[in-house]
Design a protein around this ligand. Structure first.
Ligand SMILES: Nc1ncnc2c1ncn2[C@@H]1O[C@H](COP(=O)(O)OP(=O)(O)O)[C@@H](O)[C@H]1O
Ligand SMILES: [Mg+2]
Length: 233
């Protein structure tokens, strides 16, 4: 898909600190991902995985340090520029799917296209292609609650990719699925991001994902470490 873009899929955190009140969540964190890379972030519940993804996606700003996308620093943008950046450049996938229950499957997938001013035949073609890619043929006119959990998450993945974002952020995307479904969904998410050339940063507890990832990191005590170095014994 043709798109005007400021972002080439590279993302970088430099000396990022984030606290909520007296809780220090991220303490001087450095991170970078290359275009098209698949990076997994592990760590216990409450360790800061979601916070890290929100910072990467420009949903939150750090207390100190910088968040850069393709060399552009998010903290130097105005709120309106950041909103536009999120809308164009980021695809989000959440644990509980977050589909809009009153919109059909096709309408949910069309939403980010509409927000980016893409409609008509181009949007229709894009939705049809994504439905096929994610094994969702024939579900376009159904409502989310008429689908299984795995199908709903596949719709959410299609929605995350519809506007061809440079970066997909997935926050425990299989946390609400049974193991077999989780594996299928992970495979589809990984394949789809690779095919679309999107960088994928995923927070997960699931060890199954490790074999697919280019890199696995763990957050522990506010630090981001290579997963092996953080193994708890
Ligand atoms: N908006 C917020 N306000 C206050 N505390 C928060 C907020 N978001 C997260 N936290 C706290 O920050 C820590 C890290 O949370 P989170 O990033 O959600 O961890 P994880 O995703 O690894 O479970 C937790 O102690 C959590 O309670
Ligand atoms: Mg979380």
């Amino acid at each position: 898909m043709e798109r005007e873009t400021i972002f080439d899929g590279r993302v970088r955190l430099e000396k990022v600190c984030k606290a909520y009140g007296s809780t220090i969540v991220l303490n001087n964190v450095n991170f970078s991902a290359k275009r098209g890379e698949f990076v997994v972030i592990m760590g216990r519940s409450g360790s800061g995985k979601s916070t890290l993804l929100r910072l990467l996606g420009g949903l939150e700003t750090p207390d100190a340090g910088s968040v850069e996308h393709g060399g552009v620093r998010l903290e130097r943008m105005t709120e309106a520029e950041r909103a536009r950046f999120r809308r164009r450049e980021i695809g989000f996938v959440f644990q509980f799917f977050n589909l809009i229950p009153t919109l059909t499957v096709a309408e949910n997938i069309r939403l980010p296209l509409a927000l980016n001013g893409i409609d008509g035949a181009e949007a229709g073609a894009r939705v049809t292609a994504l439905l096929a890619e994610l094994g969702l043929e024939g579900t376009g006119d159904r409502f989310p609650e008429e689908l299984s959990g795995g199908e709903q998450q596949r719709v959410a993945i299609a929605r995350a990719l519809a506007h061809a974002p440079g970066l997909v952020l997935a926050d425990e995307p299989t946390g609400n699925l049974d193991l077999e479904t989780a594996e299928r969904v992970l495979g589809l998410l990984d394949d789809a991001c690779r095919k679309h050339g999107a960088t994928l940063v995923m927070a997960t507890h699931s060890r199954e994902v490790v074999g697919r990832a280019d890199r696995v990191l763990t957050i522990r005590h506010g630090r981001l470490l290579p997963a092996d170095a953080a193994e708890e014994r």
